[in-house]
Ligand binder design. Sequence first.
Ligand code: NAD
Ligand code: USQ
Length: 404
Amino acid sequence: MKIGVLGGDGYCGWATALYLSAKGHSVAIVDNFARRQWDHELGVQTLTPVRPLAERLRKWNEVSGKNIELFVGDVCDYDFLAGFVKSFEPESVIHFAEQRAAPYSMIDRKHAVFTQVNNVVGTLNLLFALRELQPDCHLVKLGTMGEYGTPNIDIEEGYITVEHNGRKDVLPFPKQPGSFYHLSKVHDSHNMMFACKIWKLRATDLNQGVVYGTMTDEVALDEVLINRFDYDEVFGTVLNRFCVQAAVGHPLTVYGKGGQTRGFLDIRDTVRCVELACLNPAAPGECRVYNQFTEQFSVLELAELVKAAGKKMGLHVDIEHMPTPRVEAEQHYYNAKHSKLIDLGLQPHLLSDSLLDSLMNVAVKYRDQIDSSLFLPQVDWRKPTNERRTTLSAAAEAIFVAGR
Ligand code: NAD
Ligand code: USQ
């Protein structure tokens, strides 16, 4: 297939682009390198030595003999995006190109506005470009499990049958997201459902859980291909952070009681899920939703697992409960359905099999690069204005100004 990977310089996008290319699909990456600028803005760096995209693509060509096309630009720039769709003519577009950190969206007003403009406008532009130029193309869009929040009932895959006053209907599952970032995904979901209904576009919304790990078969071929491993308080996801903290003997930063339960998946399952969605496209007019995760854990369970894995490696690991900077339930019911991708053939990698190889070993290997000052949370959901952080990167500022 001809597959466009929007956000292909990022964590999920890079692993996915290489995996699909290795499988023989014809792949093009679209990215404006915004994420690299946000790292500079915050003064943070991924643990692993991520190379410039052009260098990564040259190395991929050298080791695999395959070519990935590159379109550098902003999906919020309609002319650029339409130019990509017109020239590449994708059969599937995978849309990863958003600002994806909940803490980044909660820094202050500017970062909240920027996150929602970047994410919602990018997706709207894509919907319009597909309608105008490539209406049969299947949109595979990354949503998030966090759109649902933590309701006191089972979470379905996108839709729920409701009986009310003697009548029955299938309706979108209620959304109760926990950050302005997660809210941007809810807005995207609504825009996609509406566009599929009125224009008969075809779309799959992949409500992904928290991704962990850095190694995939393709990334492991050469260090120049290495993927991101974020561990700072803004972009670092919880399991990656705990492994890096364990590697340098820093107590694991469990927010509050640690009963926050989420769905998790290995990056190797992210790439496979996306491929399964592409190979089994939605029908015209259909906006289907898959919950994309393989196992659920509480934050405290993860901390205990990392502590035990650390012990096997001779590391002494402590767990520290600290006041949560977020507004979220610290103990709650959580049971989210996730069978649709399994039904399509996903064979999950389990955390118990990959914790040491794919995570702890990488954290220990790059231990010298770890900056412990990035561990403690500074972004506080209850106090959004932090003067130190009110400067946006130049690219973000331009989008903020355009969208305010
Ligand atoms: P990432 O920040 O590593 O990658 C995102 C990429 O998109 C970056 O390379 C960035 O430069 C690019 N980008 C952002 N805005 C853009 C724009 N306007 N134009 C062009 N390029 C743009 O993020 P990730 O972890 O790879 O996440 C990818 C997607 O998956 C996001 O939509 C995220 O919400 C979703 N997701 C991620 C996780 C996770 O744990 N990482 C979990 C669930 C869902
Ligand atoms: N947490 C800690 N200690 C830490 C870091 C986080 O206890 O040091 C807790 C958080 O309070 C939260 C949970 O761990 O309860 C998960 O936090 P996270 O930062 O790993 O994940 P989150 O903010 O939810 O966002 C990440 C990705 C986002 C994606 C989302 C999937 O950054 O792009 O959408 O995971 S989900 O959580 O299913 O919505």
